[in-house]
Structures are given as structure tokens and as C-alpha cells.
Design a protein around this ligand. Structure first.
Ligand SMILES: [Fe+2]
Ligand SMILES: [Fe+2]
Length: 300
């Protein structure tokens, strides 16, 4: 009976066991894995678009090289992650089709426009910092192939954070105008950053934690982010746009409750740059269509 098999599977993964591609996987587990990992792959791919806009505008050759290297890493992450989805039964081409048609989602932070070089520093430092917290927790994912890919991803993400921090440091120690560019970017990015780890659903009620796809609840991740980065941001003399933000006597960060309906609207394609980014990705897909037709006999 498959229920007994599922119960046995659950017991195994909840005790810390990891499974491989050719192991028996319950349907629900496979579906949740595909949706979650696909969204991660989509986010790596869509995440390069806001940064790509700044390659030509980077202030020095060194900055241009660092930014280009980061972008190449992110596209590499997407390739690796889509391969994991492919092994679970959903082809890469289908992932791309669902992304550009709006059927699948990508992370909230990549639905926003960039306005200045300050954004490049803030994205690489703080968006990547928020991401690495989730990705480090995925090293313990019950699906071993995904956990293995995360090792390389996390290693590269830590380089991105250093690049972002260095960019921010150069600006906050530069002219008052440069400082202001970072301050303005931090203020603008704070809401998307507070949305990043999702609603504060209790870990015990989170189906992703239940299947041990994730090993950390949303609020735990957000607290870890606040604990690690608010002191660093404030140390640079930067201000955060939330008057309620403080670490209480129990060591828990208190903050103004983010507008969760806004998060839902953003990730369902109603963010300020959602449609523009998807339109660009559609265009790229159409432009390279002839390559897959020429290379893959079955697509011809
Ligand atoms: Fe990445
Ligand atoms: Fe990154």
C-alpha cells in the first residue's frame, strides 16, 4: 500500500535521510520539489537581468569584471538547478516556456527595477546575503542532488556578497553623493528584503519543512538575516526605513509587519518590473530558438 510506503519515506527524510533521483519518491514530494527547485532556477536566471543593465555602466574595469563574473555565476547556477529539475521529470525547455508564459514564478526581488550603481552594491551584498541564508539551509535538503548543487552555489554566493560589500564600502566612504546613492538604494530595497523569506508560516505547518525539502522556517531565515546584517548596515552609518526595527531582550528582531498581499502581487507578475523582465526573456528565447532547432534533431 502506497500510504505505508509514503509514511516510511517521510520517517526517513524527517530523520535527516537523503534520497537520490532513482529512489522511489512520493508524487507529492516530487511535485513540491519540482515547483520549488524550478522557482529557484527561474530566480537565478531572472536575477541576472537587473545586474546585466549595469555592466556597461560599471565605474571601473575591476568593477566591470567582478559584476560580469557574478552574472556568469548566476547563469551557471540556473543551468545546474534546471538540470536537477530535468532529472525529476520536467525538461529544461518546459521550465523556460513556463517562465516566459508567467505560469511559474521567480523570486520577488527580481521583479524590481534598478536605479543607480548603489543598487548593484546593495543587490550583491544584501539580496545575495538573504539568498545564501536560504541556500545554506538547503545543504541539508532531503533531496541529495539538490543539496549537492547547493555546495557550489553557496561557495560562489559568498564571493558575490564580498563583491557587493566592497562596492558598498567604497561608496559609503566616498563622497556624500555616493553615500546617498547607497542610502537611497537600501531604503528602496528594504521592503523587498523583508518580503524575501516569505510569510512567517510556522515551520511545523510548512509543507516544505514537513518533507524536509527546507530545513528552516521562513521566520527563522528572516531573523538570521536581520541578526547578521542589520548591525553591519548600521555600522556603516546607513539607516533602515523601519522605526520599529529593534532586537528585543530575548534576542528576537521586531519589525513592522510587511504587506504580504503586496508580496503575492509581486511574485504573480504584478511587480514594477515584472512584465518588462518577462518580455525581455521572451525576446531572448525567440532569438535563440533557431539554435535549438539546429542542434536538437527532435526539435526540428
Ligand atoms: Fe546564484
Ligand atoms: Fe549570487
Amino acid at each position: 500500500m502506497s500510504d505505508a510506503r509514503t509514511a516510511e519515506f517521510l520517517e526517513f527524510v524527517q530523520a535527516g535521510g537523503q534520497v537520490e533521483t532513482d529512489d522511489w519518491l512520493p508524487d507529492e514530494y516530487r511535485k513540491r520539489l519540482i515547483k520549488f527547485i524550478e522557482m529557484h532556477g527561474n530566480s537565478e536566471l531572472m536575477g541576472v537581468l537587473p545586474e546585466r543593465d549595469w555592466i556597461l555602466r560599471a565605474p571601473t574595469l575591476q568593477r566591470k569584471l567582478a559584476l560580469t563574473a557574478k552574472i556568469q555565476d548566476e547563469v551557471g547556477h540556473c543551468q545546474l538547478i534546471y538540470r536537477v529539475v530535468e532529472d525529476l521529470g520536467k525538461p529544461r525547455a518546459q521550465c523556460l516556456d513556463d517562465l516566459i508564459s508567467g505560469k511559474s514564478k521567480f523570486h520577488n526581488v527580481f521583479h524590481y527595477p534598478t536605479k543607480s550603481w548603489g543598487d548593484v552594491g546593495v543587490i550583491a551584498w544584501l539580496v545575495d546575503a538573504a539568498a545564501i541564508i536560504s541556500q545554506k539551509a538547503l545543504l541539508k535538503c532531503s533531496y541529495a542532488p539538490y543539496a549537492r548543487v547547493m555546495k557550489k552555489v553557496c561557495w560562489e554566493e559568498s564571493f558575490h556578497i564580498l563583491h557587493g560589500r566592497d562596492t558598498v564600502l567604497a561608496m559609503v566612504t566616498g563622497t556624500p553623493e555616493q553615500f546617498e546613492l547607497v542610502q537611497e538604494a537600501v531604503t528602496r530595497w528594504w521592503e523587498p528584503l523583508m518580503h524575501f523569506h516569505g510569510t512567517p508560516i510556522a515551520a511545523e505547518e510548512d509543507p516544505m519543512v514537513h518533507w524536509r525539502i527546507k530545513s528552516q522556517g521562513n521566520e527563522d531565515a528572516r531573523q538570521q538575516f536581520l541578526d547578521g546584517y542589520v548591525p553591519q548596515i548600521r555600522e556603516l552609518g546607513l539607516e533602515l526605513p523601519d522605526p520599529k526595527l529593534r532586537r528585543n531582550d530575548e534576542g528576537v528582531w521586531e519589525y513592522t509587519e510587511p504587506d504580504w498581499e503586496k508580496l503575492t502581487a509581486v511574485v504573480t507578475g504584478h511587480g514594477p518590473a515584472s512584465q518588462e523582465r518577462l518580455a525581455f526573456r521572451r525576446l531572448s528565447r525567440a532569438e535563440v530558438d533557431w539554435v535549438s532547432k539546429a542542434m536538437l534533431p527532435e526539435a526540428a
